[in-house]
Write a protein that binds this ligand. Structure first.
Ligand code: ACO
Ligand code: PYR
Length: 534
């Protein structure tokens, strides 16, 4: 490995902790911010815009503590606005806070749309240019690297190109190190972004030009890439695209687009494989639901379901994958479902019998049964473990772990201590009979307790199973109380998680099927692990 420091050709500028924190439902604690900064630094981000020191005490505390961290790649940026109208920079509270943040670099947003100056700032066009110039000169005088965010630049340019350019000129003449063009309202089209950015790059050939896009027209990533193609060399965005309204440009798509497709390195090549885990990490800390459909980093980004696609991808992945998923730390998923073909089944069938091929009778049998069960309401793409058990059963390789003789469910109303249900169950293992009973908060809970109690004597490892989720979906609601239900149960032990499924017109029966698959899958996996270590 080379010891020479990585030199980006494109500066990745992350605003998750500033613009991302302006998203509805997001609020990072100081500890959250410190953790995210470290993770972004490991990813190799060049700039981290980490908050507004003039906005709130939490952000100021963050800036007081950030010095504790030793960062390898990132420069921390404190964010604020140009000075107030008709005010002196020296006495401006926002600017004092920016200096108190003690960061090597600052970002200042200022108006570049004439209408925003007259109607929102309610001042003259000349005063706004003076606000920009005074603020940047003041910060440069304090030794800061300064990024000028030209707010509403594209709308401003379309309304009054001359004034929009004057705002950039004021910033550049005052010493700004980068001029960042903002599509603040997120309504600009990629062709306009490209043309306007190209005009700015031509006018300011010696200054770094940045791009900051919002996603109000679902075009933030495309617009950012268009600006890069027009010559922008700093690209702003947030992890997972979180941000105000519809969000910001998503760096998890922009970084691989720019680095892998346009050939402009923005993070060290060896960090690219941590992109997917970084996206999940930030989502977890933000307490946000992760978008599994996200390009590059979502679970579904390389999930193949159509039988013909699976067949082709198995022959050569580039047939239906735009990049190798491992480059961004993601993985290929082959889904089994009613739209699968034989190729989709082979990897699962080989776990049970490696000699089987695409043309084996067993492969056709499993495919037919899969389609029949999916027609009945099963959905195996989300219940891989039940499918794996089905394959074992159809191939005659499954040895049942117990025989069920009967179970009886009773509902007690009124409930005592929320235990409104009880179950008695009779099973046998190798001829030894066991009868147990259990009470539960609902019949499924009572059933779960009773079957575990009955089996634990024979299979103590069952104690390690934790049921982590239980989902019920009514499949044909027009049948009212006779409708079929699909139950999905997610389980975990100390090694892994797994999902099983049951379908029936009776919710207790559907739950029983999913529950028994869960227990049997655990026992099968324990056997497989023992065989590996034997
Ligand atoms: C596009 C963007 O994302 S820009 C960043 C937006 N982010 C935020 O607003 C989050 C942080 N903001 C805050 O915490 C608060 O708004 C503060 C502390 C900065 C200011 O709070 P307040 O002083 O109470 O003002 P308030 O938020 O109500 O109004 C904003 C003021 O800033 C002025 N302002 C807006 N843009 C600028 C600018 N570029 N330069 C100078 N002043 C500006 C407005 O005209 C308004 O001034 P006024 O009070 O004289 O009418
Ligand atoms: C500065 C900024 O966040 C914007 O204009 O969108």
């Amino acid at each position: 490995m080379s010891d020479s420091p990585f030199v980006p050709q494109m500066f990745a500028y992350d605003s998750t902790l500033r613009d991302g924190a302006q998203a509805q439902g997001i609020s990072f604690s100081v500890e959250d911010k410190l953790k995210i900064v470290q993770r972004l630094d490991q990813l190799g981000i060049s700039y981290i815009e980490a908050g507004n020191p003039g906005s709130n005490p939490k952000d100021m505390e963050f800036f007081q503590r950030i010095g504790e961290l030793k960062l390898k790649h990132a420069r921390i940026i404190a964010f604020g606005s140009t000075r107030k109208v008709k005010a002196a920079v020296e006495s401006d509270n926002n600017l004092r806070s920016l200096l108190a943040a003690n960061t090597p670099a600052v970002a200042i947003f200022g108006k570049s749309w004439d209408y925003q100056v007259t109607d929102i700032l309610r001042t003259t066009l000349e005063e706004n240019l003076a606000m920009i110039a005074d603020t940047i000169a003041f910060l440069k005088g304090h030794g800061k690297e300064v990024v000028f965010d030209a707010e509403h630049f594209f709308d401003g340019y379309k309304a009054n190109a001359d004034y929009a350019m004057q705002s950039l000129q004021a910033a550049a003449s005052a010493g700004a190190d980068a001029l960042c063009l903002c599509d603040t309202n997120g309504g600009t089209f990629s062709s306009e972004i490209h043309a306007i950015t190209a005009a700015v790059v031509a006018r300011f050939p010696k200054v770094q030009i940045g791009i900051h896009c919002h996603n109000d027209s679902e075009m933030a990533v495309a617009n950012s890439v268009a600006a890069v193609q027009a010559g922008a060399r700093q690209v702003q965005g947030t992890i997972n695209g979180i941000g105000e309204r519809c969000g910001n440009a998503n760096l998890c798509a922009i970084i691989p687009n720019v680095q892998l497709k346009l050939g402009l390195p923005c993070i060290p090549p060896e960090s690219m494989a941590t992109l997917t885990s970084t996206a999940r990490y930030v989502s977890e800390i933000a307490n946000a639901t992760f978008n599994e459909k996200a390009a590059y980093v979502g679970n579904d980004a390389f999930a193949h379901k159509g039988g013909m696609h699976i067949d082709a991808v198995t022959k050569n992945p580039i047939s239906y994958e735009h990049i190798n998923p491992e480059l961004v730390g993601n993985a290929r998923h082959i889904l089994v479902s009613e739209v699968a073909g034989r190729s989709a089944l082979l990897a699962r069938m080989h776990r049970v019998d490696p000699t089987l091929g695409k043309d084996s009778d067993e492969t056709k049998l499993v495919l037919e049964k899969l389609k029949e069960l999916e027609h009945e309401g099963y959905q195996f793409e989300t219940a891989e473990s039940s499918f794996q058990l089905l394959v074992r059963k159809l191939l005659g390789k499954h040895q049942p772990f117990f025989d069920l003789h009967e179970y009886k469910v009773n509902i007690h109303e009124p409930a005592l201590n929320r235990m409104n249900s009880s179950v008695t169950i009779k099973i046998s293992v190798d001829g030894q009979q066991e009868i147990t009973a259990a009470e539960g908060d609902g019949p499924v809970n009572a059933l779960d307790k009773a079957v575990r109690r009955a089996l634990e004597r024979f299979y103590p490892a069952i104690k390690d199973i934790k049921l982590t989720d239980y989902k019920v979906r009514v499949l044909d609601s027009d049948q009212a109380s006779a409708a079929k239900v699909r139950v999905l149960i997610e389980s975990r032990d100390q090694f892994e998680g797994w999902t099983t499924i049951g379908v029936s017109t009776d919710i207790i029966d559907a739950s029983w099927r999913a529950l028994i698959d869960s227990i049997e899958y655990k026992l099968v996996r324990d056997q497989e692990r023992q065989a590996l270590t034997a």
